[in-house]
Design a protein around this ligand. Structure first.
Ligand code: FE
Length: 209
């Protein structure tokens, strides 16, 4: 009569241990230094290791939307010193021109993206391109350094597939008051928020036992 005991299938489809290690290592890095050059250099190496293997991002945080690119919060430091976000780009999707006002690191986990920097022109503030458009390919990492200008536009380099990049910022980025820009330099207030209301549980160590 007794049906066999069954447990809900709560085992995650992926092992999120690489993300757990990353956030622990990143917190330790920020404990050890306030030097932005060191944070971007060593933090960039940590992010490069994270995006070198595409095995750990739960599907829930890899879903594109037909409407616009998605920003899923994966982790926020308890003191909001840094946040980790998966950006999911549907085919051809792009950001507006925007700034950050904090440091950032971008690593491509899946696919590729195109990045174009901008800077305000001296005499009228209109935005002009800062260098050529760059392709950021799978596993590559680049830094956003507000000391050198942090205005850019990012788009999926692919017109026919989803791309995903992992971003780390020096704040709870979804809550930062920053700006989007028109080409004439006109600013609009911008608080990005996040697409998700729950974050990945990376702390249930029983699941990796
Ligand atoms: Fe950006």
């Amino acid at each position: 009569m007794n049906a066999p005991t069954s447990f809900p299938d709560t085992v995650p489809a992926v092992d999120t241990a690489p993300l757990r290690r990353f956030v622990s290592d990143f917190a330790a890095l920020l404990d050890s230094t306030d030097d932005l050059d060191v944070i971007l250099d060593r933090g960039g190496a940590l992010l490069a290791r994270l995006v070198a293997r595409d095995t750990w991002l739960p599907d829930e945080f890899a879903q594109p939307s037909l409407e616009r690119y998605q920003q899923y919060l994966l982790h926020c430091d308890s003191a909001e010193r840094f946040s980790v976000v998966s950006f999911v780009w549907g085919p051809g999707q792009a950001t507006p021109i925007h700034d950050h006002r904090v440091w950032g690191l971008v690593g491509v986990l899946r696919g590729a993206e195109k990045v174009q920097g901008f800077q305000p022109r001296d005499h009228d503030g209109a935005l002009v391109q800062q260098g050529p458009t760059r392709d950021l390919l799978e596993t590559e990492v680049e830094a956003i350094d507000p000391r050198e200008g942090d205005i850019h536009r990012v788009e999926n380099a692919h017109a026919d597939r989803t791309s995903i990049s992992i971003h780390v910022y020096g704040a709870n980025i979804g809550a930062v008051e920053r700006a989007t820009f028109r080409p004439n330099g006109e600013e609009r207030p911008f608080v990005s928020g996040y697409a998700n209301t729950t974050i990945p549980n990376i702390w249930d160590l029983s699941r990796t036992a």
